[in-house]
Unconditional design. Structure first.
Length: 479
């Protein structure tokens, strides 16, 4: 063996396939969450784009109106030796005080200050807000129109303004022409449009999410039904998949049925091989026992004893092989526990009639063992026979469901019991606690092997009847 350190396994890169196929996550839930996330993101982007576009369009229309006001003021302005003269502009809102439509003309001093030369009557002696950086920006963009927001000239802020300004040359002198319009109605319209848009998109999003949920649920419904049918086969409620499915899933259902048929064929062949092997081995052993029985010598006694041991070992391993094959492939097998216990109790009370053994048993009618009847008979038969053999008179058998697909069966007797330090040894093949008692010492070992083959467990304890208590945990079929 090489002492070189093993190379670290390469870390798998994340991918959509691994994300969708990751164990422990519901595919339906992942599909719904992924589709819902995309819908939410798409609708949020759509809402943002619609509201932004609506607001920008409204502001562009307002800027066009402001540019028209500035053009009117430029046309009406004349530079005279006495100063700037602005002819009367026949625009009613600019003549009415605080109407929401204003204009103003000014110039920039050499020190950067702004001097108002003329203003509309609607300003009522107030001035439009001039950003300190505005003169420099206007000089850099001579002739261009710049727009910005302003809280307005009213103290309560109820008349927010959109202000446009442009620097133009009048008789060679640069002047700043400004116009302002009340934008409160545009703000209200924009908010109303945004509210309506987001409400409509929310309703649309909820509808799309519900549609995705229904589509996934309805689209995957056949897979859910197939899963239920397969679970019923596993639990013993059905032997095959019987329902008809859509063309996309029907081949899968047919393949599962073929797998079930193949498993049944494997079990049947295993039984045949086991039976053939049993006959092939038991016949020579029977001949050896018969030949040795005619001689009373020491060699004949050894042959008889060892042949009995070999016969018991063959029976034990054949039973174990049959149980393992049935436990691995025996889907759909379901055995009522009460019926088996009742049959065994009636038979054993007759066999041990000389001891007047009384077998008290109880098991719910709906309790069923998830396995073959022959194996349950083998398990409980060995335990109940052993209990009758060692009991004084009473044997008690009880069985019930323990949850999580398991059942518990308890076999007790009022015999001498078994010391705690000998209970583990009693489960070994061929172990006999009393050499004077008949038997090969394989009973408890056979039960333990069969129980383990079905994924169960067997434990030994002291019974309140005074004897031995055997507790079995076995798989249970769902009602």
């Amino acid at each position: 063996m090489s002492d070189a350190p093993a190379e670290a396994p390469e870390t798998p890169k994340p991918s959509w396939g691994r994300w969708f196929g990751r164990p422990g996550r519901s595919l339906t839930r992942r599909l719904i969450w992924l589709a819902s996330a995309w819908i939410v993101v798409a609708l949020m982007l759509t809402g943002w784009m619609l509201t932004s576009q609506y607001r920008e369009s409204a502001l562009r229309r307002l800027d066009n109106q402001l540019s028209a006001v500035i053009d009117d003021v430029v046309i009406a302005s004349v530079m005279t030796p006495e100063g700037l003269q602005v002819a009367e502009i026949k625009d009613a809102p600019t003549l009415r005080g605080l109407s929401g439509k204003y204009w103003m003309v000014g110039r920039v001093d050499p020190d950067g200050g702004f001097v108002v030369l003329a203003r509309s009557p609607s300003l009522a002696g107030e001035s439009l807000y001039v950003d300190p950086l505005l003169p420099g920006r206007l000089q850099a963009a001579m002739g261009a129109t710049l727009s910005y927001n302003d809280p307005g000239i009213l103290e309560d802020g109820s008349q927010p303004l959109q202000i446009a300004s442009s620097m133009k040359l009048l008789n060679g002198q640069p002047l700043v022409f400004m116009a302002g319009l009340d934008r409160s109605e545009i703000d209200i319209d924009t908010r109303q449009f945004a509210t309506f848009t987001w409400t409509a998109l929310l309703i649309l999003g909820l509808g799309l999410v519900i549609a995705v949920f229904l589509q996934v649920q309805i689209g995957l419904r056949p897979l859910f039904d197939l899963r239920v049918e397969i679970a019923n086969v596993r639990k013993g409620k059905a032997a095959r998949i019987e329902k008809a499915y859509p063309t996309e899933i029907q081949p899968l259902a047919e393949q599962v049925n073929r797998l079930l048929d193949h498993n049944q064929e494997v079990v049947d062949r295993q039984r045949t091989h086991v039976g053939n092997l049993a006959h092939a081995l038991k016949t020579p052993l029977s001949v050896m026992l018969a030949e040795a029985g005619t001689d009373d010598g020491q060699l004949a006694e050894i042959v008889r004893r060892q042949s009995e041991v070999m016969k018991g070992q063959v029976d034990h391993h054949l039973r174990r092989a049959r149980a393992a094959a049935r436990a691995a492939h025996g889907l759909g097998e379901k055995t009522p526990v009460g019926e088996v216990v009742d049959e065994l109790a009636v038979m054993l009370e007759r066999v041990f009639q000389s001891k007047d053994v009384e077998i008290d048993w109880r098991a719910p009618d709906e309790l069923a063992f998830l396995g073959e009847r022959q194996d349950l008979q083998e398990i409980l038969g060995n335990l109940m026979e052993n209990a009758c053999k060692w009991s004084k008179r009473r044997v008690r058998v009880s069985a019930g469901a323990s949850g999580l697909g398991q059942m518990i069966a308890v076999v007790e007797d009022d015999g001498p019991g078994l010391p705690a330090d000998q209970r583990d040894g009693a489960l070994k093949r061929g172990a006999r606690m009393d050499e004077t008692a008949p038997g090969s010492g394989l009973g408890l070992a056979i039960v333990d092997d069969l129980t383990r083959a079905y994924g169960g467990r067997m434990t030994l304890a002291a019974s309140d009847l005074g004897g031995l208590k055997v507790v079995l945990e076995l798989p249970a079929a769902e009602a």
